[in-house]
Design a protein around this ligand. Sequence first.
Ligand SMILES: [Zn+2]
Ligand SMILES: [Zn+2]
Length: 378
Amino acid sequence: MANTTTTTSQAITCKAAVCWAIGKPVTVEEIQVEPPKSTEVRVKMLCASICHTDISSTRGYPHANYPLALGHEGVGVVESVGNQVTNVKEGDMVIPSTIGECQECENCISGKTNLCLTYPLKVTGLMPDNTSRMSIRGHKVYHVFSCATWSEYMVIDANYIIKVDPSIDLAHASFISCGFTTGFGAAWKEAKVKSGSSVAIFGLGAVGLGAISGAKMRGATKIIGIDKNEMKKEKGKAFGMTDFINPSDSDRSASQLVKELSGGMGVDYSFECTGVAPLLTESVKSTKVGTGKTMAIGIGVDTIVPFDLLAILYGRTLQGSISGGIKPTSELSIIADKCQKEEFPLQELLTHEVQLADINKAFEILKQPDCVKVVIKI
Ligand SMILES: [Zn+2]
Ligand SMILES: [Zn+2]
């Protein structure tokens, strides 16, 4: 717990998971968190979770500014607000978003994308005014995207938070703040998977399981999950997967295996959720010639990857997506509502829990084959 009083005018000294340089272990340290500026909110974090992007953050992606307070999935309670904040108040339960939604810019009013031009994905590790509210022993501390959720307190711009019902399950709220929503939205909103169609999902982590859920909710009748980890088979089934491929069981390529399961033609849609470079080509080749559509929603540390041009020349479509195309203000609330109505078996994602002090265990646990999501209790 924080060891100073929490008033809006004072900095708070509290614990946070900090990475000092690329490849350095993450340590839990005391940091100072300043009060929020006029358009900002200081949040007392209650629960967070780990996403593969957090591992990338310790390796210099999406920025290499350190020391870095980690974490971008989580849920917390508003501790104090700046004087221009109108969307939330003290005591509200909130989740962070990597992007905002102004509802006025060209992209917001286009109805075609969630990539707001006013409140874009921030990859500098700083607040929108290019400063930081966190420091450690006099050093400026950077954060991941819009926030730092593996911290007892964090400051975030009010345009990057969404109010949720206070009765929401904390772990589930954390899951929908990034990974699950990215997969779900990619199938449900961005690709708008057609009823009766066939789908292949590459990688059955939280993103892939979300994509299965979105495809199922849209009425896809064949949902093929692909993962080297046999333990993901049961998880996939729980979310609505109809067929499973473990590519390590075969000397044929993943795209060939998908075609064999879909009448030789391939699937209508595929979702690449791993960020593993060769799988981008495989996921495109697994779709139908002329009409197949692939959503690229996973990202690894390598952002420039080789790609077989022939795969796309055959009239297929490849599209990328951030947060599954979900608009944070107007659409994430729909997902939060579905979460509370238990329309997704989100409990299947929760496989491990650690305390913030044991954050390094989370990175080890993530390598275990039975791990989907590690919840961090703050
Ligand atoms: Zn906008
Ligand atoms: Zn994430």
